[in-house]
Ligand binder design. Structure first.
Ligand code: H2B
Length: 104
């Protein structure tokens, strides 16, 4: 598959608008967000739903779960940095999270 192009400056400004809960890492071309749910069950249900999306998109998060918290790092390994694929996965994850965060 052709390598996805790295995001340009213009495209990265979405991190200040729609995806303002995400932040750029200082030491790596990647974006991070932390989600906090009401308990482990919600956190894991969220992860299960995200896993299905990730597999469908063939784009996978780096993540860490500690009880009700899920820390996510997104970057396109094949391209060595942020691409549109990360934006799409971030959107999908935020969409899934909204469902569980509402029930906090
Ligand atoms: N996930 C992420 N985050 N970046 C990738 O470059 C990537 C992936 N590539 N999931 C896919 C799978 C690739 O490794 C397979 C071989 O298609």
């Amino acid at each position: 598959m052709k390598k996805a192009a790295l995001l340009g400056q213009e495209e990265r400004s979405i991190l200040e608008t729609e995806l303002s809960n995400w932040a750029l890492l200082p030491n790596r071309d990647a974006m991070v967000r932390s989600y906090q749910f009401k308990d482990f069950k919600s956190a894991f249900a969220f992860m299960t739903q995200c896993a299905m999306h990730a597999e469908e998109m063939n784009h996978h998060p780096e993540w860490l779960n500690v009880w009700n918290r899920v820390e996510v790092t997104l970057s396109t390994h094949d391209s060595g940095g942020l691409t549109q694929r990360d934006i799409e996965l971030a959107r999908a994850m935020d969409h899934c999270a909204a469902h569980y965060l509402d029930k906090k």
